[in-house]
Design a binder for this molecule. Sequence first.
Ligand code: HEM
Length: 243
Amino acid sequence: MALTGLVLIGFVFVHMAGNLQVLAGQAQINAYAHSLQSLPWFILWGSRLFLLASVVIHAWTAYSLIIENRKARPDKNEVEVTKRAGWSSLKMGLTGSILLAFIVFHLLHFTIRTIYPEYAEMTTTVGSTADVEIHDAFSMILAGFKHDIISIFYVVAMFLLCRHLAHGFSSVFQSIGLRTEAWQGKLDLIASGYAWLIFAGFSIIPISVLAQKHGLYEFYDPSFFVSEASEKTNTSNLLNNES
Ligand code: HEM
């Protein structure tokens, strides 16, 4: 579990850092998304399969552990520590299960694009080095988070991810034997700081889109937020039809 946990802890940081490029504008995030999509197929699919296997193995071992813990339910005269461990693994099971559902939704939303199939048709030359049509990840992200409910769902999921990470990261330190009594406080602080960083870095994206949609702050090119926007990309009409 510690190994797959570490892979996922690393992945969320890289993914968050990549996504934050949306704040730098359409050309930046589109060029980044296109560079990932253009990786040699064996690297792209190899890393996707590796990530998928990490999620599946992580969830599988977690569920097996919960079931084992249940079977070995402590007697009433067991010490408080056992009860607390049971409660935190229950919370990890719950937040982990919701995150699993989030990941499925997220893939259908932005990667497979079956929830809004029109996202697959969003193309532009902005961000393309060869001046050819590429996928318009910028417009897709803005369109995706212009839906209040979806943005709120993402922020709630990121909060659950934060709680899951804070505990999970400490457990990794424990598994690899670093979490000695002397280091416990410092390592918990590192785990908690990391978890909040991930929460802030991911959540700023849906929050910034909603803030601009509701006229609170201008993060992005305002023409992406007006219905009669100029036809700057092939996707402007699709984007401005989003409610
Ligand atoms: C506000 C938060 C997030 C945003 C804006 C976001 C954005 C995106 C976008 C735009 C894509 C599609 C990339 C493309 O095909 O061009 C994507 C794919 C993906 N995201 Fe996220 N993401 C967020 C949070 C997360 C979280 C928390 C996880 C995992 C815990 C995650 C896991 C994935 C995975 C596994 C993929 C598929 C990567 C691939 O195609 O190989 N995302 N995300």
